[in-house]
Design a binder for this molecule. Structure first.
Ligand code: OGA
Ligand code: NI
Length: 340
C-alpha cells in the first residue's frame, strides 16, 4: 500500500524508480494534439462499417459518438472513479494487493512485467464474470454508489465493443456472430486508472508503450490529455472528446484477422498540473479459448502469420514490456508465439 501514488502525488522529488534511465530517453510526441477519427454510430450502417474498417486499418484507434450510452452514466463512472481515489488510505488499503492472480484488486503501476521501472498509475481493477451479481460482491463497497454505477457502465461499454465487432464482421465478411461466444466470453475487466500529476512528465510515464492483450478495448479517456498512440514511427497525442469512447483493437483481434487489423502501441504521459482519471474496459476470450487466424484470412498467398494458442498461454508468455523498445511489435508477437 505504501507504493500507492495518490498518497504522495505532491512529492517534490521523484523516487528513483520512476525516473526513466538516460539510455532509454523518452521520444516525445512531435505532433500537435490531434483528434482520432470520429465514428458516428448513428450514421447509415454502410457508412459506419466502412468508417470503422478504414480507421481501424489506418490507425487501429478511433472514437465513437452517438453510441447509445447515456452521458449521465459516463459522467457517473468517471466521478465515482475519482471519488474512489479520494477515499482515506485506510478504506483503500483493504483492497490493495500485489497478487496478480487476484481478479479484482487495487495496485500501482502496470500489470506487465517491466525491467524494474515503475509507472505513475494507480489502478482499481474490477473483474466481472456472469452472473454479474456474483462479481460485484468482490468490488469495494465505497464509495456507496460504486458497485451500482460500475455494473451499469460495464455492460453498456461492453455493448459498444460488441457492436463494433459486429460491424467489423460485416465489413470483413465474417459470420456476424463470429466474436460472440468464447472469443469475447472471458472475464470482462474494468480498470479505473488514476494518473497523479507529475512535475516532470518527460521523466516518467503513466503507462509504458504497450498493446492491449485482449480482443477489443473501450476506453473512456476523461477530459485530461495523456493518451498517445504510435503512428508512423511517431507518437500522436490524443485529444479527448466529450462523450466519446476511444476504441482500439487488442492483440487477439490482430491474431484472428491474421494481421489485417493491427493492435497498435500506445502509452500514457502524465500531466504537469492535473491528475487524470480514465476508465478502460477490456473484452477478452475465455482462458481455454483457442485463438488463431480465421480461415477467412488464410489462403495460398496468405499463410498464417500467427500460431494458434489458448488465451491462457498467450497471457502467460506475452507479459513483458520494455520501456522504449516495447516487445509488442508485430514481428515480436510472431516470435513470441513461436515459443508457445
Ligand atoms: C490501458 C490504457 C489508456 C489511458 O489501460 O491499457 O492504455 O488513457 N489506458 O488510460
Ligand atoms: Ni492500453
Amino acid at each position: 500500500m505504501e507504493n500507492m501514488l495518490h498518497r504522495n502525488s505532491s512529492q517534490e522529488s521523484l523516487a528513483d524508480n520512476f525516473v526513466v534511465p538516460p539510455e532509454q530517453q523518452l521520444p516525445p510526441a512531435t505532433s500537435a494534439v490531434v483528434s482520432l477519427p470520429v465514428i458516428d454510430m448513428f450514421g447509415s450502417r454502410d457508412d459506419v462499417r466502412r468508417a470503422i474498417l478504414d480507421a481501424g486499418k489506418e490507425l487501429g484507434f478511433f472514437q465513437v459518438v452517438n453510441h447509445g450510452v447515456p452521458e449521465e452514466v459516463m459522467r457517473d463512472m468517471l466521478a465515482v472513479g475519482e471519488e474512489f481515489f479520494q477515499l482515506p488510505a485506510a478504506d483503500k488499503a483493504e483492497f490493495y494487493s500485489e497478487d496478480r492472480g487476484k481478479p479484482s484488486r487495487l495496485f500501482s503501476g502496470t500489470s506487465f512485467d517491466t525491467g524494474g521501472e515503475e509507472y505513475r498509475r494507480d489502478c482499481l481493477r474490477l473483474s466481472c464474470t456472469a452472473p454479474i451479481s456474483d462479481s460485484t460482491k468482490d468490488w469495494p463497497n465505497k464509495p456507496r454508489r460504486l458497485r451500482e454505477i460500475v455494473e451499469k457502465y460495464i455492460m453498456l461499454a461492453r455493448g459498444v465493443g460488441m457492436e463494433v465487432l459486429r460491424l467489423l464482421c460485416e465489413g470483413l465478411g465474417l459470420q456476424l456472430d463470429y466474436f460472440e461466444g468464447d472469443l469475447s466470453g472471458g472475464a470482462l475487466i474494468l480498470e479505473i486508472n488514476h494518473y497523479p500529476s507529475c512535475r516532470k512528465p518527460s521523466m516518467t510515464l503513466g503507462l509504458p508503450p504497450h498493446c492491449d492483450r485482449d480482443l477489443i478495448t473501450v476506453l473512456l479517456p476523461g477530459p485530461v490529455h495523456g493518451l498517445e498512440v504510435k503512428y508512423k514511427g511517431d507518437w500522436i497525442r490524443v485529444k479527448p472528446m466529450p462523450n466519446a469512447f476511444v476504441v482500439n483493437f487488442g492483440l487477439q483481434l490482430e491474431v484472428v484477422t491474421n494481421g489485417m487489423l493491427k493492435s497498435i502501441e500506445h502509452r500514457v504521459m502524465t500531466n504537469t498540473i492535473l491528475a487524470r482519471t480514465s476508465i478502460s474496459t477490456f473484452i477478452q476470450p475465455t482462458e481455454d479459448c483457442l485463438v488463431g487466424p480465421a480461415e477467412e484470412f488464410l489462403g495460398e498467398d496468405n499463410p498464417p502469420h500467427y500460431r494458434t494458442h489458448t488465451y491462457r498461454d498467450f497471457m502467460r508468455i506475452y507479459n513483458i514490456v520494455n520501456l522504449g523498445s516495447s516487445l509488442n511489435h508485430t514481428t515480436n508477437l510472431r516470435k513470441i508465439q513461436k515459443e508457445i
